[in-house]
Design a protein. Structure first.
Lengths: 284, 106
């Protein structure tokens, strides 16, 4: 228990500046504090630091431009994927027989289903990654609090919507694996580019922004649909009406994969260019 | 004008001299106030005092006793001494005549 507490305190301390982290962990080592005390101590400092950072405008921009709108939208998209994929999944799981693999017809059906669902999963992962990267880039110092708020926003919407045919576990599982983990990954990768040249940081940020913006524009219908449901209106009519008003397709669904790959692609390009630049500078 | 906790930290750092860093300041504060002092309140106060130019901090050498990590050493500046003295005088002045204050013997 003590070791777990110390391990947790060490992980929480990553949210602090390196010098402050060293000083605090040194204090703990010198005093030989217990795990629980170390966690309490680190948390007290992390919370105070995070609150201080919120005096700046950047975390507020991240909250209102990314966390709330995109957190809600991506959670709706995750729920949409869960519900739409749960029907065939439920059929396959509850009626599984080797005949599914033996018959060429059902085999090709299964393959088509697997590709479609895999595509949706991958799209959601890339989109979430790009949102996390954008969030981290907008306000690097408040990543812990912004990350927490993003997780809370998505979980809240997901719990509000409930599950599909496979109950409440499957949507929450998808949200955790396809949305929360990739977005946290994106946030942590935005910190890895923190010391890169400004041009490369802006390049990767622009690519992530393209993915996030395009995905939001293509999927805003999901938001309307949910709004219509919450208002007990005919969601379809509402969605179609608003969508026609703005001159876009009435049904907005998750888009094709290439658009979502733009964000991660930009990050990879920036990393490669940075590495090349670094090795060119350090060469004798 | 200093805050109450800022004054306590300045006093502890001044008393400790070259031995003023996180652990010792915290112990001194807990000893004098008989209450727990969290790392959060201490380190944010140290930052605030440094921004005001009342103290200077620097990282010391890493020691094995601290798991190879350095201390954040604290030194009170001249401005810090003046501010602390002003606060002390203000408290003395404000407390004069209060039921809990002892009138100086003439």
């Amino acid at each position: 228990m003590n070791r777990l507490g110390l391990w947790l305190a060490e992980k929480l301390a990553l949210a602090l500046d390196s010098q402050e982290r060293d000083a605090l962990q040194g204090d703990h080592a010198e005093l030989g504090v217990t795990g629980a005390l170390a966690v309490r101590d680190v948390l007290s400092l992390v919370i105070r630091r995070q609150l201080q950072f919120w005096k700046d405008w950047r975390p507020w921009l991240a909250l209102f431009a990314v966390i709330i709108p995109l957190g809600v939208l991506i959670s709706l998209a995750s729920n949409y994927v869960a519900v739409s994929s749960s029907v065939p999944l439920f059929i396959y799981v509850s009626n599984w027989t080797p005949v599914f693999l033996e018959s060429p017809g059902s085999r090709s059906d299964m393959l088509r289903y697997a590709v479609a669902v895999g595509n949706q999963y991958l799209v959601l992962i890339c989109w979430s990654w790009a949102v996390g990267f954008l969030l981290g880039s907008l306000s690097r110092r408040t990543i812990p609090s912004n990350g927490l708020l993003f997780c809370l926003a998505t979980c809240f919407v997901s719990l509000l919507l409930g599950g599909g045919y496979l109950g409440a576990v499957y949507p929450q599982l998808l949200l955790g694996v396809l949305v929360l983990l990739p977005s946290i990954w994106g946030m942590s990768q935005s910190t890895r580019l923190a010391s890169a040249p400004r041009f490369l940081r802006n390049l990767s940020l622009a690519f992530a922004f393209v993915t996030v913006a395009v995905m939001a524009l293509r999927n805003w219908g999901l938001g309307l649909c949910a709004w219509g449901t919450l208002q007990s209106c005919q969601a379809w009519v509402l969605q179609t009406g608003y969508a026609s008003l703005f001159g876009v397709l009435p049904v907005q669904q998750l888009p094709t994969l290439p658009l979502t790959l733009v964000g991660p692609f930009g990050y990879i390009v920036a990393r490669i260019l940075w590495r090349k630049q670094f090795s060119a500078c350090s060469a004798p | 004008m200093l805050g109450e906790f800022e004054y306590l930290v300045l006093s502890a750092a001044s008393r400790l001299g070259e031995e003023a860093y996180g652990v010792t300041i915290r112990q001194a504060l807990e000893e004098s106030t008989k209450t727990n002092c969290s790392a959060g309140s201490l380190y944010t106060t140290l930052d605030r005092l440094e921004q005001k130019g009342l103290i200077k901090t620097c990282m010391g050498d890493p020691t094995p006793q601290r798991g190879g990590r350095p201390k954040r050493l604290v030194r009170v500046t001249g401005k810090g001494v003046r501010e602390a003295k002003a606060f002390y005088n203000a408290i003395l002045h404000a407390s004069r005549g209060a039921s809990w204050s002892q009138e100086p013997t003439s």
